[in-house]
Ligand binder design. Structure first.
Ligand SMILES: *[C@@H]1O[C@H](CO)[C@@H](O)[C@H](O)[C@H]1NC(C)=O
Ligand SMILES: *[C@@H]1O[C@H](CO)[C@@H](O)[C@H](O)[C@H]1NC(C)=O
Ligand SMILES: *[C@@H]1O[C@H](CO)[C@@H](O)[C@H](O)[C@H]1NC(C)=O
Ligand SMILES: *[C@@H]1O[C@H](CO)[C@@H](O)[C@H](O)[C@H]1NC(C)=O
Ligand SMILES: *[C@@H]1O[C@H](CO)[C@@H](O)[C@H](O)[C@H]1NC(C)=O
Ligand SMILES: *[C@@H]1O[C@H](CO)[C@@H](O)[C@H](O)[C@H]1NC(C)=O
Length: 575
């Protein structure tokens, strides 16, 4: 979960909601897709072809024959209902429009609420099936709210002559069809919300006259294909939300001319490829959401003009590789979210252009190794998320250049080996998560470089509690004692109380014990006999109990070896 990414998005979405037509409870529709109930026709068809009512289950478990039948039916249904919807739109009632000062008084008599002081007409949640014909709408209305009703379509004259209208909210209805001329009078409209409806298509001239449009929210509909000229005249668009639809591809020119666009939300669609020129004109883009699509690969030059981009979200796609050039132009990028893909290869120079990066999420991919220096240009990186990959080995220099790194998440990998100098590159590390790996020991002194560490997680590793573990044991004990002594750190105590979760796998009777609780004597007694046959992990001199002060000796300082004689009252007993 992007702790950094969410607030950024929220800023923009909040603007939409707070300044939306009036104060009323809103759900964050644009972030979490609404799950519109399947329409009646759909349910019928699904039943006819034997698809369960559970949509996702049904789509996965349907035989080829049924798919063909379903497609034919769907096509048939689409044509028929398109015709039907147009007819229905023509039959729709229209409310009365008027002009004149006293209009706002009359307006207040209608079923909807009128607020003359802000020129608002609100029919929000009136359970309307049709436009209320009795409602009088003053011609100088600025804000019009029809959200939260049961409208299925609108007559094309519904907004006729509302040339000053600024906000229009049609969200959360059951609108299937928008007549072509519906918005033709809305020269001044800056915000249109169409989210949470049942729109399957938009006409190519739908927004032809809404040249002042800044925010368009068409999320959570059933849009499949968008005509290439849809946004031709809406060149002032700042935010465009098309998330939670069924879009599988874009025509290359669809976003041409949108040089003011700052936020583009395309998440939760069915995109599998993107044309190389798709974002060419979007030079002001700050946020781009492409999460939960089906993207397998991306053209190298896709982001060549996105030098203003701050946040990029590719979570939950099918990407398998990050090329050298794809991300190179993104010099202002703060947050890159690529978790839950199939990334197995990252070009060694793939991140070299990301000089402003603060958060990088690569969790749940297929990485097995990380090239040393991979992140070396991202000196401002603070959070690096690499959990649930297949990383086995962290070489020296893997985190080179990351002097501002505070959080490193490496849990659920296959880590066995970490270079002793690994964390010398990350002196500001505060959180380190290493649980669920294959670590049986840590190199001596590896943690000496991270003095300000606050959280360390070591659980679910096969810790081998022999003499080689005495560095870690001593280190944990020191952390624990410091925290116990510090009267104000009780909130931090929990992390260290159980030795950061380091439980011994073995040897022998030490299995199951907390590493934190073992003394040097317990760890080293009788161990060296068995270790002598192997390459010793500690100098033999030390193992045999003699003090040596060589520079290579991790315990060259006398005091570090003699574990404090911990009384039972200071070290918690193991559960
Ligand atoms: C499809 O559904 C049937 C019964 O509902 C089940 O036995 C079968 O395993 C499913 N097949 C797949 C591929 O999920
Ligand atoms: C590292 O962090 C410090 C303090 O937060 C900040 O002043 C500095 O600019 C950061 N360095 C980089 C390269 O971002
Ligand atoms: C803990 O506090 C005691 C006295 O209160 C002090 O003698 C000892 O040095 C402290 N230990 C650490 C590790 O700070
Ligand atoms: C401990 O916390 C209290 C208030 O919570 C504060 O007044 C006091 O200065 C703190 N002491 C130390 C040693 O940080
Ligand atoms: C280790 O301790 C002995 C005596 O306890 C002392 O003579 C020696 O100088 C110490 N070595 C170091 C490196 O502190
Ligand atoms: C350590 O504690 C044991 C009993 O818990 C005691 O017999 C021994 O003398 C202590 N050693 C030191 C160095 O304090």
């Amino acid at each position: 979960m992007g702790r950094l990414s969410c607030p950024f998005v929220t800023v923009f979405t909040t603007i939409v909601f707070i300044t939306s037509v009036e104060d009323k409870p809103r759900t964050e529709a644009s972030r979490d897709c609404a799950n519109p109930e399947p329409s009646f026709e759909q349910s019928v068809i699904k039943e006819m072809v034997g698809v369960g009512s559970d949509r996702t289950k049904g789509e996965k478990n349907v035989s080829i024959g049924n798919v063909v039948v379903a497609t034919i039916f769907e096509e048939f249904e689409t044509r028929l209902s398109r015709l039907e919807r147009r007819l229905r739109a023509i039959e729709q009632p229209v409310w009365q429009m008027s002009s004149g000062e006293e209009d706002w008084e009359i307006c207040a008599e209608g079923p909807c609420r009128c607020q003359p002081e802000i020129k608002l007409v609100s029919c929000w949640r009136q359970d309307l099936l049709d436009l209320p014909a009795a409602q009088l709408v003053p011609r100088d209305v600025l804000k019009l709210d029809l959200a939260g009703n049961r409208l299925t379509t609108l007559h094309r004259d519904t907004f006729l002559d509302m040339t000053r209208l600024n906000h229009l909210d049609l969200s959360d209805n059951s609108i299937e069809h928008l007549p072509l001329n519906l918005f033709f009078s809305l020269h001044a409209v800056a915000r249109i919300r169409l989210s949470k409806n049942l729109l399957g298509e938009l006409h190519r001239s739908q927004f032809f006259n809404t040249r002042n449009l800044r925010i368009l929210d068409a999320s959570s509909n059933k849009l499949r294909n968008l005509p290439e000229s849809l946004f031709l005249s809406t060149t002032l668009l700042v935010l465009l939300d098309l998330s939670c639809n069924r879009i599988s591809s874009f025509l290359p020119g669809i976003f041409h001319g949108l040089t003011m666009l700052e936020e583009l939300l395309l998440g939760k669609n069915r995109l599998s490829v993107l044309p190389v020129d798709l974002f060419k004109d979007l030079t002001s883009l700050k946020y781009l959401g492409l999460e939960e699509n089906r993207l397998r690969e991306l053209p190298d030059e896709l982001f060549r003009t996105q030098t203003s981009l701050r946040e990029l979200n590719f979570r939950s796609n099918q990407l398998s590789e990050i090329s050298a050039r794809l991300l190179a132009p993104l010099e202002q990028l703060n947050s890159l979210e690529m978790s839950n893909n199939k990334i197995a290869r990252i070009n060694p120079t793939a991140f070299q252009g990301l000089v402003a990066l603060k958060e990088l999420q690569l969790g749940h991919n297929r990485l097995r190794n990380l090239t040393p220096g991979l992140f070396s240009m991202s000196a401002s990186l603070e959070r690096l998320v690499l959990y649930a990959n297949g990383i086995e080995n962290l070489l020296r220099g893997t985190f080179q250049g990351l002097s501002n790194l505070t959080s490193l998440f490496l849990h659920s990998n296959h880590l066995r080996i970490m270079h002793p100098d690994l964390f010398q590159d990350t002196p500001n590390l505060r959180k380190l998560q290493l649980e669920s790996n294959y670590l049986s020991s840590l190199p001596p002194r590896i943690l000496d470089a991270v003095e300000s560490i606050e959280q360390l997680r070591l659980a679910r590793n096969p810790w081998h509690c022999d003499c080689a573990a005495s560095y870690l044991a001593t280190w944990l004990q020191r952390m624990y004692l410091t925290r116990v002594n510090d009267t104000n750190s009780s909130e931090n105590l929990g992390i260290w109380e159980f030795g950061a979760g380091a439980v011994c796998r073995g040897p022998g009777t030490l299995g199951g014990r907390l590493l934190l609780r073992l003394t040097f004597h317990e760890l080293c007694e009788g161990q060296w006999a068995s270790m002598k046959g192997l390459v010793p992990r500690l100098p033999i001199d030390l193992i045999s109990g003699r003090n040596v002060a060589s520079t290579d000796n991790p315990f060259s300082r006398n005091e570090s070896v003699s574990t404090p004689n911990l009384s039972r009252s200071t070290i918690p007993s193991q559960r």
